[in-house]
Design a protein around this ligand. Structure first.
Ligand code: NAD
Length: 354
């Protein structure tokens, strides 16, 4: 396969971790006979320094012409005091909106080798944890009309049936490839948008009789996630609830440096990035954990290119690397082998054997 990939390293540790993800992608491509052409683009603080804007027109245009985007992270203290419309994080919203990426996949996976990082009691996560939050990304209260006077403010939460239908279809398709269990999260006892959400999810469910569907109110879902996270497989929810629940789900794995994400639309195009930020405190010091970005490459192969075997190969290599004891500082525990960003990337690439 010929892949044209937009590469946006971004700021802080972005360039450190993206280099290692590229190392692993090149290794997989070499093994399976694919060719990857990289378009290096700037966004975030790096783009502000270069062009004065967080998301240059050229970045968006070129990204759109590529098959997928791999992003490191953006932002940092250097740009904390710029006007809000120029903040590096604007690049993220601009890319998601500009590329029409309405479906955000946030897996929360607790590797058995890292079980001690989980803040929950060990019996709650025995045997690991593997759930997927499917979050609607371009609608809801974050995108509704906003008003502000001196003593009053409002944010409009609005969804169309079509916006709900397309994200529900994505979630049901994903549930089908996993354990065929889906929990839709809303606040249908209070919100009209949630009542439309629930009715539409039920309509879509009729086409997926093999998927078991349940509905939970968001407050209950937040509680159940820490009470008994293993009851969940796929969680489908709207933008703001998904923002909060996916952070909660990722934190119960205890390892911010391990978790990838994907933002998709209806075709195969997607943007892939680690869930963490640019970690300016450790930037350029060979300390960052590159595994979240490496696992983002695995998601890219799976969701944008349907290369399941290659994706599995990367995940297997990450597991093997952890089995061998390699740990960056963020996941280091007594008795394991401390390594840097580069050595971790090299170990994973080295575990993709012929
Ligand atoms: P952060 O995720 O960058 O860092 C939080 C803590 O986790 C820090 O101690 C950091 O060193 C550590 N950490 C993060 N990723 C790590 C990794 N791969 N390996 C080892 N340790 C890691 O969050 P923050 O400190 O709140 O934000 C820093 C900057 O990143 C801010 O400018 C913020 O706006 C930006 N940010 C960007 C994104 C994104 O690009 N998607 C997301 C969140 C925050």
């Amino acid at each position: 396969m010929n892949i044209r990939l937009a590469l946006i390293p971004g700021d802080g540790i972005g360039p450190d971790i993206v280099s290692e993800a590229v190392r692993v992608l090149d290794r997989v491509a070499e093994k399976y006979g694919h060719s990857v052409r990289y378009e290096r683009l700037t966004a975030g603080g790096a783009a502000i320094d270069e062009t004065g804007a967080p998301l240059p027109e050229k970045t968006l245009r070129t990204a759109e012409e590529c098959d997928a985007v791999l992003l490191g992270a953006v932002g940092g203290p250097k740009w904390d005091n710029v006007p809000s419309e120029l903040r590096p994080e604007k690049a993220l919203l601009g890319l998601r909106g500009g590329l029409g990426l309405f479906c955000n996949l946030r897996p929360a996976l607790l590797y058995p080798q890292l079980a001690s990082a989980c803040p929950l009691r060990s019996e709650l996560v025995e045997g690991g944890l593997d759930l997927m939050v499917v979050r609607e990304l371009t609608g809801g209260i974050y995108f509704g009309a906003k008003e502000r006077t001196e003593d009053r403010a409002s944010d409009v939460m609005s969804y169309t049936k079509e916006e709900i239908r397309r994200i529900a279809i994505k979630a049901f398709e994903i549930a089908r490839k996993r354990s065929c269990r889906l929990t839709s999260v809303d606040k249908a006892n209070i919100l009209e948008t949630s009542r439309l959400w629930r009715a539409t999810v039920n309509e879509v469910a009729a086409s997926y009789p093999d998927v078991e569907v349940s509905h939970l109110y968001v407050d209950n879902a937040a509680m159940q996630l820490v009470r008994n996270p293993r009851q969940f497989d796929v969680i489908l929810t709207e933008n703001m609830f998904g923002d909060i629940l996916s952070d909660e789900a990722s934190m119960i794995t205890g390892s911010i440096g391990m978790l990838p994400s994907a933002s998709l639309r209806s075709d195969s195009f997607g943007m892939y990035e680690p869930i963490h930020g640019s970690a300016p405190d450790i930037a350029g010091q060979d300390k960052a954990n590159p595994l979240a970005t490496i696992l983002s490459v695995s998601m890219m192969l799976r969701y944008s290119f349907s290369l399941a075997q290659e994706a599995d190969e990367i995940e297997k290599a990450v597991g093997l690397t952890l089995d061998q004891g390699w740990r960056t500082a963020d996941i280091f525990t007594q008795g394991t082998r401390l390594c840097g960003t580069k050595a971790m990337g090299q170990a994973v690439a080295g575990n993709i054997r012929d």
